[in-house]
Design a protein around this ligand. Structure first.
Ligand SMILES: Nc1ncnc2c1ncn2[C@@H]1O[C@H](COP(=O)(O)OP(=O)(O)OP(=O)(O)O)[C@@H](O)[C@H]1O
Ligand SMILES: [Mg+2]
Length: 375
């Protein structure tokens, strides 16, 4: 994989109706990467894609393609193709003509068109479907034709806006693997949008986590999971217990009324921090053997593990464990230094990471009445 930046977004800002949609976005995308924009609905993922595709002009900032400024280059002149969530195949054309469409517009020769259509259909595992009516295809097959059609134009960059959103879960998983294979085979840069964190983690070389028109973190799936930058990222990617802490000195943090050894350094002396502990990292032991002791308030079987909510002085922790506990049990929790991840305080501090609301909802569901003070 080359290390050159195929796309650079520099100080990009966009407002619609005086509402800030993207706020000073800076991002580069390397040639040949599978990059995913991940974030909640309305955070600006599609708008960012549209800026790269040339369908939205930013109020401020530059878009570079292979170091050249392309701010004013119209979409059809960019070496970029887009696949939308609704794949928009041409219903009056068969599979062959759908894939050939872009090449006909470019007035390519019949031989080249035929070879390319066959090559692309082979790529998406639909050889032999040339004469089929696109309306007779399943959702997954239509999506693959849309991919073949986009690839036939031999773009340098493919933009995919939630392309798997309309598919059922099983098909979606199959298509994730297939898309990843196609990306690796062609070496084309894929910029993929999703709000499904598992999809993002399993498919991407690089994940860009966005919220409220700002990039919160850019990194590999492992970086994002293991070293979230702030409470938003920690909460959005997987489950997290997030506690208020104080960094006493390098490698020593206090939270939940105790001091713990940790692997983090570089914070100020006695600096307030957010502490993240993943539910699957907590070891459950006898109450007297634990670093922290709590009362189990609810247990849900999740297939692979149990999800256990534990009340520790009013803060509700989530633990994921293959061993069952029972509501009302007192348990101890062991935290090793590498289970503890320290983050700087941010505007998201305090907003996430306590499972109280979660466990109250569960109580109401299970008992069919709201939780009350006495309980
Ligand atoms: N043309 C437009 N005019 C006005 N507001 C817009 C326009 N396009 C987008 N917005 C607003 O910009 C914000 C970001 O929209 P965008 O479509 O980029 O979000 P998204 O992250 O793709 O969300 P989703 O996951 O729901 O697709 C939203 O609040 C949206 O309403
Ligand atoms: Mg969108």
């Amino acid at each position: 994989m080359a290390d050159n930046k195929i796309i650079v977004l520099k100080d990009i800002s966009v407002s619609f109706d005086s509402e800030v949609i993207l706020n000073n976005l800076n991002l580069y995308i390397k040639d040949g990467e599978f990059v995913t924009f991940l974030g909640p609905s309305g955070c600006g993922k599609t708008t960012t894609l549209r800026i790269i595709g040339g369908f939205v002009t930013p109020d401020k900032g530059d878009v570079l393609f292979n170091t050249k400024k392309i701010n004013n280059l119209p979409p059809h002149k960019r070496e970029v193709n887009t696949i939308f969530q609704k794949y928009a195949l041409f219903p009056h054309l068969n599979v062959y003509e759908n894939v050939a469409f872009g090449m006909r517009v470019q007035k390519k020769g019949e031989n080249e068109i035929r070879n390319t259509v066959h090559e692309m259909l082979k790529m998406v595992n639909l050889s032999g479907y040339e004469n089929r009516n696109v309306n007779s295809l399943s959702g997954g097959q239509q999506q693959r034709i849309a991919i073949a059609r986009a690839l036939a134009n031999r773009p340098k960059v493919l933009l995919l806006d939630e392309p798997l959103g309309a598919l059922d879960l099983k098909l979606r998983k199959d298509m994730q693997v297939e898309l990843k294979n196609i990306q690796q085979k062609t070496g084309i840069t894929f910029i993929f949008v999703t709000h499904d964190q598992e999809e993002a983690l399993s498919m991407s070389d690089t994940v860009v986590v966005m919220d409220k028109g700002e990039i919160q973190q850019v990194g590999t799936p492992l970086d994002i999971y293991n070293e979230p930058k702030n409470a938003f990222v920690a909460d959005f990617i997987g489950e997290s217990n997030i506690l208020d802490g104080i960094m006493h000195e390098n490698y020593l943090v206090e939270f939940a009324g105790k001091k713990f050894d940790c692997l983090d350094c570089g914070f100020g002396k006695m600096e307030p921090v957010d502490v993240v502990i993943r539910p699957e990292d907590i070891e459950v032991v006898e109450p007297e053997k634990g670093h922290i002791c709590g009362l189990v308030t609810s247990v849900t079987f999740k297939g692979v593990h149990y999800e256990i909510i534990v009340d520790v002085n009013g803060f509700k922790w989530m633990i994921q464990s293959t061993e069952v506990q029972n509501p009302g049990d007192k348990i101890g929790m062991i935290l090793q230094p590498d289970d503890i991840h320290i983050m700087k305080k941010s505007k998201y501090s305090g907003a996430f990471g306590d499972y109280s609301a979660f466990s109250d909802e569960m109580y109401e569901e299970q008992h069919n009445k709201p939780i009350t003070e006495e309980e």
